[in-house]
Design a protein around this ligand. Structure first.
Ligand code: XMP
Length: 543
C-alpha cells in the first residue's frame, strides 16, 4: 500500500491513480491522519499531495511531524514539498510572481562528487516539468540537498536520501512533466523497493472481500442508474453477496430518450439480480417546479433519491428482513468536486454530486461505495474485467440529476421534451462520428484512441457529448415565417477522467449536420450554438 496524503488538491489529484497505473495499490487519506494511524496502515510509502493553501495561511492544512520519523519513505509534491520543508525546519517564501505551466528544469544532483539522486535516475540533465505554485521553499531543512532548479524556482526539488525523504515543487503526476512516470517508478521500485504486482484481478478480489466483510448477512439495496459506475458496483455486489442484493432504478423523468426502457432491459435480461423500477416522475416534477438555482436543483434531486431508496427499503423490510445498506457508484472525482467528505473537507465545492447530498431527516443507510477512490477509466477497466457488456462499460457519463441540470432555469415537461429530442440527435450523430474514427484506425474503444490521439489516456475521440437547453429565446425565420424559439447548445468534450476537459474540435460537416437536423427535427428550436470552452475554466455540465 502507498498512501497519498491529500491536502485538497483539485486537479492535480491524480497521484493515487498514477501509482495504481504502475501496478502498486494506492489510496488517498486525509491530511489530518496521525502518525499512529499511518503506522497502523503500514504503508510501504507515503506521498504528500499538492494543495491550494499557503503553508503560512491561518487554517493551512498541516501534517503530523511524527510521520517523517516512522522510517517510511516520503515523497512530497508542491504543497507536499513545502509542508515537508517547514515541518522539518526549513523555510518557505511567498513570491509575488507565481510559476504556472511547463518549465525547463535543470538537475543539480551528482555535482562536486556527490552521489546522483536516485529519484532522477535515468532521466536527462535538462527536462520539462509542470509547475503550478506561488510559494516555494526558500531554505531546505538541515540534512537536505537541493537536487534541481528552474529559472524562477531555486528549490525545484530536494531530498535527504539517508532518511528516504524526497520532494519536488513541480507535479510529476501531470502528464506534461516529461519524466513524471520515471520519477514515480524510481521512487516506488528503486527507493521503496516495491514490486509492480497489483492487477485488476486483485482489485476485484479485494473489493468483493471488502463488501462481504462489511455486509455480513445483512441486506443491501443498490442505487442503479444504468451508468458504468453503478453497474460495476452491481456486478461487484452480485458477486459478493448474490441474493442479499436488490437493485433499485429510480426513474425521475429526467433521463434521456429511451433510457429507462434500455436500463430495465439490460438488468432484467442480462443480470441475475432482483430489480425494482420506481416510477418517481410525478414526484420529481412537482418538487422541481419553479426551481432555478443549480445547487438547489441538485440538493432537491439528491435528497429525493434518498427518500425513494428509503421507501423501497421499507417496503422490502415488510418481509421481516430489514435493509441496512445502500450501495452506490460514487467515484473519486464525484467526491473531489463535491468538496466533500473523504478529502478531509479541504477541497472547495464546485458542484454537489447527487450521491453526496446529506441524508434528509428520518432517512438512514450505511453506505457501500467500493469505487470511491477510482477514476472513471479505472472503473471502465474494472467493468471489462468483471465481464460487463461493452455498451455499458463504454457508456458516456450521465449526471445523476439528469436533464434537470441541462435545462437551464426552471425545468418543465415541455423543455424536457425538446431537450430529449435534441440530445438524441446529438448522440446519434456523434456516436456515428466516433464510430467512423474507430473504423478509420481499425481499433476500438480504449485501444483506439491511444494511438489516434498519440497519448496514453484518451479513451475515444469525443468523450462526452450532449445538448443543453438554455433559458433564452431568439428570433429566426423558417419557411418565410418568423419564429421565436429556443437555441440548443451542443457540448462535446475530450477528457479521460472528467477532472479536466477540452472542447472537441469537431469537423465542420459534423457540426453542420447536428445543427441542421436539430433545427429541422425538433419543434421549438431555431438555433444551435457550440460551446467552445475547456474545463477549467468552465465545467463540462452547465449547472
Ligand atoms: P462537471 O460538470 O463537474 O462534470 O465538469 C464532470 C463529470 O461529472 C458528471 N457529473 C455528474 N455525475 N452526478 C454524477 O454522477 C452528478 O451530480 C454529476 N454532475 C456532473 C458530468 O457529466 C461529467 O462527466
Amino acid at each position: 500500500l502507498v498512501i497519498v496524503v491529500d491536502f485538497g488538491a483539485q486537479y492535480g489529484q491524480l497521484i493515487a491513480r498514477r501509482v495504481r497505473d504502475l501496478h502498486v495499490y494506492s489510496e488517498i487519506v486525509p491530511c489530518d491522519i496521525s502518525a499512529e494511524e499511518v503506522r497502523a496502515l503500514a504503508p510501504a510509502a507515503i506521498i504528500l499531495s499538492g494543495g491550494p493553501a499557503s503553508v503560512y495561511a491561518e487554517d493551512a492544512p498541516s501534517v503530523d511531524p511524527e510521520i517523517f520519523e516512522l522510517g517510511i519513505p516520503v515523497l512530497g509534491f508542491c504543497y507536499g514539498q513545502q509542508i515537508m520543508a517547514v515541518t522539518l525546519g526549513g523555510e518557505v517564501g511567498h513570491t509575488e510572481k507565481g510559476e504556472y505551466g511547463p518549465a525547463p528544469l535543470t538537475r543539480l544532483d551528482g555535482r562536486d562528487g556527490a552521489a546522483p539522486s536516485l529519484l532522477y535516475g535515468g532521466t536527462p540533465a535538462e527536462q520539462t516539468v509542470w509547475m503550478s505554485h506561488r510559494d516555494a521553499v526558500s531554505r531546505v531543512p538541515e540534512g537536505f540537498a537541493v537536487t534541481a532548479a528552474t529559472d524562477t524556482c531555486p528549490v525545484a526539488s530536494m531530498e535527504c536520501p539517508e532518511r528516504r525523504l524526497y520532494a519536488t515543487q513541480f507535479h510529476p503526476e501531470v502528464r506534461h512533466t516529461a519524466c513524471g512516470d520515471d520519477l514515480l517508478k524510481n521512487f516506488l521500485f528503486g527507493i521503496c523497493g516495491l514490486e509492480p504486482s497489483w492487477q485488476m484481478d486483485s482489485i476485484i478480489d479485494d473489493a468483493v472481500a471488502a463488501i462481504r466483510a462489511q455486509v455480513g448477512d445483512d441486506r443491501v439495496i443498490l442505487g442503479l442508474s444504468g451508468g458504468v459506475d453503478s453497474s460495476v458496483v452491481a456486478a461487484l455486489c452480485a458477486r459478493a453477496i448474490g441474493k442479499q442484493l436488490t437493485c433499485v432504478f429510480v426513474n425521475h423523468g429526467l433521463l434521456r430518450k429511451n433510457e429507462p426502457e434500455e436500463v430495465e432491459a439490460v438488468f432484467t435480461q442480462q443480470f441475475d439480480v432482483d430489480f425494482v423500477h420506481v416510477h418517481a416522475e410525478d414526484r420529481y416534477a412537482a418538487l422541481l417546479a419553479d426551481v432555478v438555482e443549480p445547487e438547489e436543483k441538485r440538493r432537491i434531486i439528491g435528497s429525493q433519491f434518498w427518500q425513494e431508496f428509503f421507501a423501497v427499503a421499507q417496503e422490502l423490510a415488510e418481509d421481516g428482513r430489514p435493509v441496512k445498506y445502500l450501495a452506490q457508484g460514487t467515484i473519486y472525482p464525484d467526491i473531489i468536486e463535491s468538496g466533500a467528505r473523504k478529502t478531509g473537507g479541504k477541497a472547495s465545492t464546485i458542484k454537489s454530486h447527487h450521491n453526496l447530498i446529506p441524508f434528509p431527516e428520518g432517512v438512514h443507510f450505511d453506505l457501500i461505495e467500493p469505487l470511491d477512490h477510482f477514476f472513471k477509466d479505472e472503473v471502465r477497466a474494472l467493468g471489462t474485467a468483471l465481464g460487463l457488456p461493452d455498451h455499458i462499460v463504454h457508456r458516456q457519463p450521465f449526471p445523476g440529476p439528469g436533464l434537470a441540470i441541462r435545462v437551464i432555469g426552471t425545468v418543465t415537461r415541455d423543455k424536457l421534451a425538446i431537450l430529449k429530442e435534441a440530445d438524441a440527435i446529438v448522440r446519434e450523430e456523434l456516436d456515428a462520428y466516433n464510430e467512423r474514427l474507430f473504423e478509420a484506425c481499425g481499433r476500438r474503444d480504449g485501444e483506439l484512441a491511444r494511438e489516434a490521439a498519440g497519448g496514453p489516456e484518451v479513451e475515444r475521440p469525443v468523450w462526452q457529448y450532449f445538448a443543453v437547453l438554455p433559458d433564452v429565446k431568439s428570433v429566426g425565420v423558417m419557411g418565410d415565417e418568423r419564429t421565436y424559439g429556443y437555441p440548443i447548445i451542443l457540448r462535446a468534450v475530450e477528457s479521460s477522467d472528467a477532472m479536466t476537459a477540452d472542447w472537441a474540435k469537431l469537423p465542420y460537416d459534423v457540426l453542420a449536420r447536428v445543427s441542421s437536423r436539430i433545427v429541422a427535427e425538433v419543434p421549438g428550436v431555431n438555433r444551435v450554438a457550440y460551446d467552445i470552452t475547456s474545463k477549467p475554466p468552465a465545467t463540462i455540465e452547465w449547472e
